[in-house]
Ligand binder design. Structure first.
Ligand code: MF3
Ligand code: CO
Ligand code: CO
Length: 264
């Protein structure tokens, strides 16, 4: 599958989809509190997407080869869940950390973004993991410019994560995105600087590092979707959809409620 270089018109559509995905996270933020179920968060997001935004929740019934259809409209991954957590009856409690991953389709274009949420009072260790993972995502984003390589992104993320004593999940990666949810290229969150595909203007892909407090190994639950850390250590993830511009990068999944980019 070849990498799609987006036209000006496609970039316009991707900007709108990206902003809308981010606005779902803005909308849901005040509801992420102790006592709420992940199913309730899913329902609120679903209704907001379908009825307020007129967007399509891309995860709902999404079924890549070898997977059963995803049964919900967002992914909710709590504590040692790495990604692809299925919303359900679980009640969030103080001290939990949760990733909400939103993908909307608007006019045929996908916007894909996720944030970490601290539920009530969280441990210093949990907060440090979430903050460092945010820094990792942004350090990767800041590598993006024409002429840079995919390895520059991966190695920057890996170095920052591992120098903080954390590990990088290898089995899941960022991805090209556009009219399809998952396109080429794969964006690894580890690797060697100066290796891999060279970036060109008009490429659009996600950067979405999954960083574990403990060991990097993962396992899949019997539901066929939820990924957890093998050692049950905490895991965090942040995701943005990014455009390669003539000058560098443009983050497409930003909105009024996006946390600011970190300094440095
Ligand atoms: N949003 C995820 C990603 O960042 C993919 C979720 S697939 C789903 O690529 F089916 F679990 F929703
Ligand atoms: Co993604
Ligand atoms: Co996502």
């Amino acid at each position: 599958m070849a990498v799609v270089i987006k036209t000006a018109e496609e970039i316009h559509g991707m900007r709108e989809a990206g902003r809308l995905a981010s606005e779902v996270l803005d909308f849901i933020t005040p509801y992420v509190k102790p006592g709420v179920t992940t199913e309730h968060l899913d329902r609120l997001c679903h209704d907001y997407m379908v009825h307020e935004q007129q967007t399509i929740p891309a995860p709902l019934n999404y079924a890549p080869p070898g997977y059963s259809p995803f049964p919900k409209s967002i992914c909710t991954s709590v504590n040692h869940q790495v990604c692809h957590g299925i919303p359900g009856e679980r009640v969030l409690k103080t001290g939990d950390i949760v990733n909400l991953d939103i993908t909307v389709i608007k006019n045929g274009f996908h916007g894909d973004t996720s944030r970490m949420f601290l539920v009530g009072d969280c441990s210093v260790a949990a907060r440090r993991l979430c903050e460092m993972t945010y820094r990792c995502m942004w350090a990767g984003i800041r590598q993006v410019k024409p002429g840079a390589s995919l390895g520059d992104i991966g190695s920057t993320i890996q170095q920052l994560a591992e120098s903080s004593g954390f590990s990088v999940v290898r089995e899941f990666c960022g991805h090209g995105i556009g009219r399809r949810f998952h396109e080429d290229p794969q964006i690894l969150h580890y690797g060697k600087a100066g290796t891999g595909m060279i970036l060109s203007p008009g490429m659009i892909f996600t950067i979405e590092p999954m960083i574990n407090a403990g060991r990097r190994e993962i396992r899949e639950l019997a539901d066929g979707w939820t990924i957890v850390t093998k050692d049950h250590s905490l895991s965090a993830q942040w995701e943005h959809t990014v455009l390669v511009t003539d000058e560098g990068f443009e983050v497409l999944t930003q909105s009024a409620g996006s946390p600011p980019a970190p300094l440095g």
